[in-house]
Design a protein around this ligand. Sequence first.
Ligand code: C2E
Ligand code: CA
Ligand code: CA
Ligand code: CA
Length: 278
Amino acid sequence: GVFLTFLLSALLSTFTSKTLSQRNTLLFMLEKALDKNELIPFIQPIIEAESGNTVGGEVLMRWKHPQRGHIPPDQFIPLAEQNGLITRITQSGLRHVADALNSAGIIPARDMTLFFNVSAADFINHDLLEECREFRRKTPLSGWQIGLEITEREPVEDTHVAQALCKRLDALGVQISIDDFGTGNSNYRYLMQFRPHYIKIDKVFTSGIETDASKEAIVRNIIAIAQDMRCMTIAEGVETASQKEKLAEMGATHFQGFFFSKPVEIATFFQNTRNPLP
Ligand code: C2E
Ligand code: CA
Ligand code: CA
Ligand code: CA
């Protein structure tokens, strides 16, 4: 029996070993990259519809491997989420950005919110609260606010720990944003669970909004529920002037997308938000 099981599992592993070892190599590389601080946060500006001002940005991780070149987040983020590494990525983003703000000593022209992507694993203990407190300590009274983008990719369970964490984050002034809204399966639950300040209108709805009647209907409904719940709406993936105009007319409060700017290096983002010297 034991021998047969061994034989079977050996057979099985030869079939699956190629993809498995590829994944393991990437995972191993990712761990090393984290140790060596090779993951670099970029920032994509978020624009207020009414004023046209940049009022914040989304922090997006970039990984440039010395040999393999650029590895996209769509490859390493899900891998990190499945293997217990995502909390280290969240932590490294918050620390990296806070240190950069701190050492550059930049005070923004107006209040700015920097949004960090967080995952389900960030809600199983209170480490995230400590990291946000640390961010605050490094950037006192500077006008930089913290936002957290919560995705539905892996659902955040509505546990007591998660509830207590949200309360404390709220008390700290951390803004909550629901990412990928309407593309997962727990979106209305998320609105009750998190009482968000922002709802993001996903790129799947933004692209084609000018011509696709069903997308227009969905976005109208997202904006209506956001207004009823006193939430702001960030339309992401805005690539053209006509998309921007359509979304503004429909009542979206914020924009993000290549039409305004790609994600840029932190220094570049700061340069564009710097308070002009008196
Ligand atoms: P997301 O949170 O939905 O982020 C938006 C993605 O759309 C980003 O891709 C951004 O570069 C891209 N994008 C922005 N504007 C446009 C546009 O006008 N057109 C098009 N075609 N794309 C646009 P990116 O940077 O490749 O990130 C992919 C995903 O990886 C993110 O999707 C997010 O879920 C995840 N991610 C990235 N960084 C982090 C991180 O530090 N932590 C976590 N947990 N997830 C991250
Ligand atoms: Ca996001
Ligand atoms: Ca998004
Ligand atoms: Ca998305």
